[in-house]
Design a protein around this ligand. Structure first.
Ligand code: AMP
Length: 443
């Protein structure tokens, strides 16, 4: 049947998640719940929009996300103010969340979950994020992330535990280890990074004629971002820039060594990439990214994160260290598809209950409905016809729904208090009494 034409189209850079993809999406969420809870992470859900200032402070004004990619939300009041040229108050400026960390931190502090000197707070979340990027394969304006945050654990054990959990998650999702690489680096902290930033800034200015305008423009605001420039010529020039590993303080270098030691103990293989800086401003010490080797082009990062020991303070909360990661669900699904792995297909229906002439026979119709109710109450997955279909069409429907068996109810069987059960794989048929069925024989 042709779908009726409908004028409305989804906005650019957004996706409908339907059919097999919707099942796969739900499956990846179930696995996150399973794996992350085994590592002591509790679920958290925060609003989809927050006060704009949270992201400006938390993510950093100089980042692409904050300077170019935020979607603003206007309440009717705020809209009216804007129309009359009245300035908005801070709490009236709202933005659709571009990432989950700032919100998770705000929520953890606002809800009194973080106790100074208390146990680490481990949280995981999932949901849509919004960035006004130029849409292309693997890069959308609304996309979905699954992420985790751990607050109050300064030990390198926490970094290794989190990276291990992430890699176990990818494994559970069916992503082959050989198809991805785990990159790690240390970005130092507020003691050693400033001098390093300066040296990169000087390097950029010394090579200003060889670099793109954007890299030179960033020299003063955020020189490390030049390592992320996609321009191949800039990448070549930046390959000669000083590397952070040579500039780490002894504390940061020790932390980094320990992270690597604990990763090795957990059997996690990694590659060190001294030019991995990641797009957001707030990282300190450990940063990591998981990239697919093949199939996603430039959008090859399926997840990443790092330590952000100064973020809480930056956001006006008590000084608390933390670390986190986020994975991109759409990119994981593309990677899985590329590997030919199908995930989370719809489970088989246990029974389809079919009626002989149920359209014209109310007793059969009642018996079909009653049987479906009884079996569903027993916890089985069951479906039946809602449209007065012929028996032949009902059998066809049962096949489409991939039912394991069909229970056929007809007037003659009903008189004897029986029904016929047909196994859809072997085509074998057997008779059961309706009493036995009520007592759970088909469970
Ligand atoms: P980030 O929050 O930028 O560290 O991103 C974490 C992960 O989210 C990335 O590794 C991607 O898998 C995914 N991601 C980020 N931006 C987008 C986007 N615009 N569209 C789809 N996935 C994205």
């Amino acid at each position: 049947m042709a779908a009726p034409s409908f004028a409305a189209r989804r906005p650019r850079g957004t996706n409908d998640i339907v059919g097999a993809e919707a099942f796969a999406h739900a499956h990846l969420l179930r696995l996150a719940q399973e794996i992350f809870s085994a590592y002591g992470y509790a679920p958290i859900t925060t609003p989809i929009f927050e006060q704009t200032d949270l992201f400006v402070r938390g993510i950093g004004e100089s980042t692409d996300v904050v300077s170019k990619e935020m979607f603003s939300v206007l309440s009717p009041d705020a809209h009216a103010k804007i129309c009359t040229g009245t300035p908005l108050k801070k709490d009236q400026r709202l933005t659709l969340r571009p990432e989950g960390t700032a919100s998770a931190l705000r929520a953890a502090f606002e809800n009194g979950m973080v106790m100074q000197g208390g146990s680490p707070v481990k949280l995981w979340y999932a949901g849509p994020m919004f960035r006004a990027e130029r849409p292309q394969k693997g890069r959308y304006r609304q996309f979905h992330q699954i992420g985790a945050e751990c607050l109050g654990a300064p030990s390198p054990l926490a970094d290794a535990e989190m990276i291990t959990m992430l890699m176990r998650y990818f494994e559970a999702c069916g992503i082959e280890r050989s198809s991805i690489r785990l990159l790690i680096n240390s970005m130092g902290d507020d003691k050693c990074r400033p001098a390093y930033r300066e040296s990169v800034r000087d390097y950029i200015l010394d090579h200003r004629t060889d670099l793109c305008e954007e890299c030179v423009r960033r020299a003063d605001i955020n020189p490390l971002r030049a390592f992320d420039c996609k321009n191949p010529h800039c990448q070549e020039v930046m390959s000669g820039a000083p590397i952070i590993t040579d500039a780490l303080s002894s504390d940061c270098a020790h932390h980094y060594e320990q992270v690597k030691h604990y990763l090795e103990m957990a059997g996690i293989t990694y590659e060190e990439d001294p030019r991995l800086v990641r797009g957001l401003d707030y990282y300190t010490r450990t940063v990591f990214e998981v990239q697919v080797v093949d199939g996603l082009g430039a959008q090859n990062a399926i997840g990443g994160g790092g330590r952000y020991d100064k973020l809480a303070e930056l956001m006006g909360a008590p000084d608390t260290c933390g670390l986190g990661f986020a994975v991109g669900v759409e990119r994981m699904l593309i990677a899985l598809e590329h590997q030919g792995v199908s995930v989370g297909e719809s489970a088989r229906l246990n029974y389809y209950v079919a009626g002989v002439d149920s359209k014209s026979n109310p007793q059969t119709q009642d018996a079909v409905y009653q049987t479906a109710c009884t079996l569903r109450d027993q916890g089985l997955s069951v479906d039946f016809d809602l449209q007065g279909k012929s028996l032949k069409a009902q059998m066809k429907q049962a096949g489409k729904l991939n039912a394991q068996a069909v229970i056929i109810v007809g007037p003659e069987e009903l008189e004897r208090g029986e029904a016929v059960v047909r196994n859809m794989d072997t085509r074998d048929e057997r008779t059961v009494t309706l009493d036995a069925l009520r007592q759970g024989e088909l469970r």
